[in-house]
Design a protein around this ligand. Structure first.
Ligand code: 9MR
Length: 393
């Protein structure tokens, strides 16, 4: 190696070390920021006292709000204590798997020309038996599609397939469904399109009008149900979530202008304290913008992902409860918000266990009841938010 090469080699080695140092400094400052955020979230003196007696659905109902949870047939059919807790607390039930094209043990669409309603029917019967409203999730989503979907669907047959799916599923349950999540998670600004739409299989074969088409078909098949567009990542004060809020507002405006029969926005609200900044006034402004289009709002999949929180259960539960109360008291102040649904009811059954586990492997605690079906502080926090919410007219 000549002198010059050796110098270049040394320089890039030093440069490499420099950028490693920068990367680790960024990581350290991010971790320090997150720790600060978490400490700021924990207030040992905060109390979550509630009046005794009423269930969550009763407290919500007193204010004209619906409370409920997502659950699946596997847990409801095998776990009597869980089924009892759902019935006791919930006014609405959201099948977590059974109305998707395929998810878990439920495959509504085994092939392009077949439907298997056994699991969806089971959930509908459970809701009917226990006088729960039923919310169907979801008709059009890029996820949970059967493997035959991409192999079979093309721009020539897609509209027919969508029409057949919606007519068959929606007509079967028409009149029994409180609200349909007609389209789920269609926004993804990172995909780089001007309209902010996610590059999904549906978009590729049908173009951007697939959303309008899905709503029109659903309205024709179940004219009385509430039709919802549902999405995530709308809660925090970060540039990417700001971009998502902007894209959702634009989508809703486009649909309203076209006369699409859409009635509500579903905000999933999978919250993640310690990672992102919560700014109540920004969220309120977004809700006002949605409400001013004449749309209702539902909080559809709320939970608090605890993977960044301390392992100590007392501290963790206190932070989680604070996150629930802060978020819900902010959103329930907006009277267009008509429902709050948690994505599960008990920590015994939460998708967070599989999808967002803690690095220390401690059991996660994202929901209002613990794994033994006992109330946690989060339950009280939700109860308090309903107790303090303004009454809907
Ligand atoms: O909780 C659901 C999990 O059991 C399913 O395997 C998964 C795929 O169908 O969907 C989960 O629910 C998602 C919901 O349908 C849409 N928003 C995000 C939810 C959590 O991933």
């Amino acid at each position: 190696m000549n002198q010059k090469r050796r110098l270049i080699g040394r320089r890039s080695f030093l440069f490499g070390l420099g950028s490693l140092a920068t990367m680790s400094a960024v990581a350290t400052s991010k971790a320090a920021y997150q720790n600060q955020q978490i400490q700021a979230l924990d207030n040992p003196n905060r109390n979550f006292i509630i009046s005794e007696g009423l269930s969550l659905k009763e407290r919500a109902a007193k204010k004209g709000i619906i409370y409920g949870a997502a659950a699946h047939n596997i847990a409801l059919s095998s776990d009597a204590s869980y089924a009892a807790a759902i019935v006791q607390n919930c006014g609405v039930l959201v099948p977590e798997l059974e109305f998707k094209w395929t998810a878990g043990n439920a495959t509504l669409r085994p092939s392009p020309d077949r439907f298997d309603f056994s699991k969806a029917d089971w959930m509908a019967n459970f809701a009917k038996t226990h006088s729960l409203l039923l919310r169907a999730h979801t008709l059009v989503w890029h996820d949970s599609l059967p493997t035959w979907f991409d192999k079979t669907v093309n721009s020539h047959n897609a509209a027919q397939l969508l029409e057949n799916h919606i007519q068959t599923v929606v007509k079967r349950y028409a009149g029994k469904i409180h609200s349909w999540d007609v389209v789920n998670e269609a926004i993804q600004p990172e995909d780089g399109r001007n309209d902010g739409l996610r590059m999904t299989s549906w978009l590729k074969v049908l173009g951007q009008n697939y959303i309008d088409l899905a709503f029109r078909l659903t309205a024709a098949a179940d004219p009385k149900a509430l039709l919802v567009y549902n999405d995530f990542g709308l809660d925090y004060d970060t540039p990417d979530q700001e971009a998502r809020r902007t894209a959702v507002l634009k989508l809703l405006e486009r649909l309203r202008t076209k006369g699409t029969p859409i009635h509500a926005l579903g905000i999933q609200a999978h919250l993640s304290p310690g990672e992102k900044k919560f700014n109540p006034s920004k969220l309120r402004k977004f809700l006002q913008d949605v409400a001013s289009m004449g749309l209702k709002i539902m909080i559809t999949e709320m939970d608090v992902v605890d993977k960044k929180l301390p392992i100590d259960v007392k501290v963790r539960d206190r932070i989680i409860a604070g996150v629930y109360e802060d978020y819900l008291s902010t959103v329930l102040d907006e009277k267009a918000v008509i429902a709050v649904i948690t994505w599960g009811l008990s920590d015994r059954y939460s998708y967070v266990n599989e999808s967002q586990p803690r690095s220390d492997r401690a059991p996660v605690r994202p929901l209002p009841l613990d794994a033994q079906m006992q109330h946690k502080l989060a339950w009280n926090a939700i109860a308090r938010a309903f107790d303090h919410a303004p009454k809907r007219n």
